[in-house]
Each structure stands twice: as structure tokens, then as C-alpha cells.
Ligand binder design. Structure first.
Ligand code: PXL
Length: 280
């Protein structure tokens, strides 16, 4: 099998383990070539740091896309995440239009917020644009905060429990046309993981593990990167979510034992070997 290739459209945050500093090593460990298309360069991510630098890459993005197009590059997945400006919504939509093929899986992680709050750099117009961009996706990976934003309801009005999570993914599936993996979905108090609606099978299934009683920054990026790597290797949505949940559990347990500050993300680097799976 030739090495699958993913166009990863995310920011590069120098410190704090998220976005491209997660997607590149995770996909590489999984035997997937990651081609980064940075949306912004920040000194750190925006969650828990102040005075971070922010270099907007909006103007550069169409130039990169045009060069890649001229080279005839083909991707098995277009995988987008944190965006740096409202104008980038249209740029990523155009990228998807230009590079989508029948074999290409479009994964949109609709990165907008967490714990009921929108991230500092996201405007209401960007959130509305993200919902539009997510309509182009084969698979979306919202957390509960992003699910509320996509549904256009207050976070506190989200349906709860196992049935609530099922209802959320089914409502977000655009009538069954789009797969949805809801992260941070819990079907019982001691469990957490994902709720998956698979557009290919029409089925909704929960993937759950024992909860690690701590929050970590950047787990959504680790999750979506492992999911994307597994999908381009041909795994089903639920299998891919299972791999992602298992890897997050290992990272969360290690990071909790080390008592790493929340804003430093999960200590995933020593665990990348879990993802290599003896591929040759
Ligand atoms: O993990 C999501 C994320 C990605 N990129 C940047 C962020 C965040 C969340 O805070 O600030 C720059």
C-alpha cells in the first residue's frame, strides 16, 4: 500500500501541544504523510496563555493551494481544524472543492471552543462560517461546546446522557449524509469517549472508556488526528474512534500521573509507539 497523504489545515502553535504540533507526529507515527497548510503561527495556543503572538497566514493559503494543484497532488484526506480568520472559511471551502476526489475523506474538526466557551480569537461570524464549512465534510468531530454552536442552541440546552448524545449526533448528521463523532460524550458518569453516527451504515454507536478525572488541553486535536489516520487506512468510523479513544486514555493517564500543567497539553510523544502498529 502506498503511504496515504493528508492535507492538514490547522494553526502551528509553537508551545502547548495542539493542532499541527500534534497532527504531524501522530499522522507520521501512523504511517501517513502529513502535508501542513498552516492557518496561523502562534507562539502558544490561546487556552491559558496571555500575550501570545499571532501571525495570520490567510494570504499565503491560496498560494500554497495553487502550487499544490499545479503539482497535481492528491490527498486521501483533507483535514481542517483551528482557523485564523473569517476569510479562511471560503479558502478552505475552495481547497475542498479543488482537491476532493471520490477517495478523499474530508474531515472538518469544527474547532471553536470548549467547556461552553468560544475561544478568544473566534468571532460570531467565524463560528457561523465554520458551520457552513462543516456542511462540506464527510466527517465532523465536534466537542459538546462546538455541537451546541453548530446546532445554534445554548450550551446549557444540550440534551444530556446517552440518549442526549445520540440525539446530538443524529441532529448534526444533516439527515444522515454526514458522519459525526461527538467527543467528550459520556453515556454514564464514570465513562467518557465518543458518540459516533456513521453515514455509511446509518448506525449510531458509543465508544466509551473509564474517565480520567482531569481535563487536558489539546485532546480534541489528538483525537481527530488519530481518527483521520485510521480512516485513511480504511478503518470504519467506529474502529477509528476506538483507536482514538484508546490513545487518548493512555495519554491522559500518563499526563495525570505526571501532573503536567493543563495548558501544556497531553504528554503524547513517549506514547507515539502505540500508534505505529508494526506497519512496514
Ligand atoms: O486545541 C484547539 C486549539 C487549536 N489551536 C489554537 C488554540 C486551540 C484551543 O485553545 O488556541 C491556537
Amino acid at each position: 500500500m502506498t503511504t496515504p497523504c493528508v492535507a492538514a489545515i490547522h494553526d502551528m502553535s509553537g508551545f502547548g501541544r495542539c493542532s499541527l504540533t500534534v497532527a504531524i507526529p501522530v499522522l507520521s507515527a501512523m504511517g501517513v504523510q502529513c502535508c501542513p497548510l498552516p492557518t496561523a503561527f502562534l507562539s502558544t495556543h490561546t487556552g491559558g496563555f496571555e500575550n501570545f503572538t499571532f501571525l495570520d497566514m490567510t494570504d499565503e493559503m491560496p498560494r500554497v493551494a495553487a502550487h499544490w494543484k499545479s503539482l497535481g497532488l492528491q490527498f486521501q484526506s483533507v483535514y481542517s481544524g483551528f482557523l485564523g480568520s473569517e476569510r479562511q472559511i471560503g479558502i478552505v471551502e475552495a481547497f475542498i472543492r479543488d482537491f476532493r476526489t471520490p477517495d478523499c475523506i474530508v474531515v472538518v474538526d469544527p474547532v471553536m471552543g470548549d467547556h461552553g466557551k468560544v475561544y478568544q480569537t473566534y468571532t460570531p461570524a467565524m463560528c457561523a462560517g465554520m458551520a457552513r464549512l462543516a456542511e462540506q465534510a464527510d466527517v465532523i468531530t465536534p466537542n459538546l461546546t462546538e455541537a451546541a454552536l453548530l446546532l445554534g442552541i445554548p450550551y446549557s440546552d444540550l440534551p444530556v446522557g446517552a440518549d442526549g448524545c445520540r440525539e446530538i449526533v443524529e441532529r448534526l448528521s444533516l439527515g444522515g449524509r454526514r458522519s459525526v463523532v461527538l467527543t467528550g460524550a459520556s453515556t454514564a458518569p464514570h465513562l467518557t469517549g465518543a458518540m459516533c453516527f456513521d453515514a455509511a451504515s446509518g448506525r449510531t454507536e458509543a465508544v466509551q472508556i473509564r474517565r480520567v478525572e482531569r481535563e487536558f488541553h489539546g485532546t480534541g486535536d489528538v483525537f481527530a488526528s488519530v481518527l483521520t489516520g485510521a480512516l485513511v487506512h480504511g478503518h470504519s468510523l467506529t474502529e477509528a474512534a476506538g483507536q482514538a479513544v484508546e490513545f487518548i486514555r493512555a495519554c491522559a493517564e500518563r499526563t495525570a500521573a505526571e501532573d503536567l500543567p493543563l495548558r501544556e497539553g497531553v504528554d503524547f510523544e513517549p506514547l507515539l509507539g502505540l500508534l505505529t502498529g508494526g506497519r512496514s
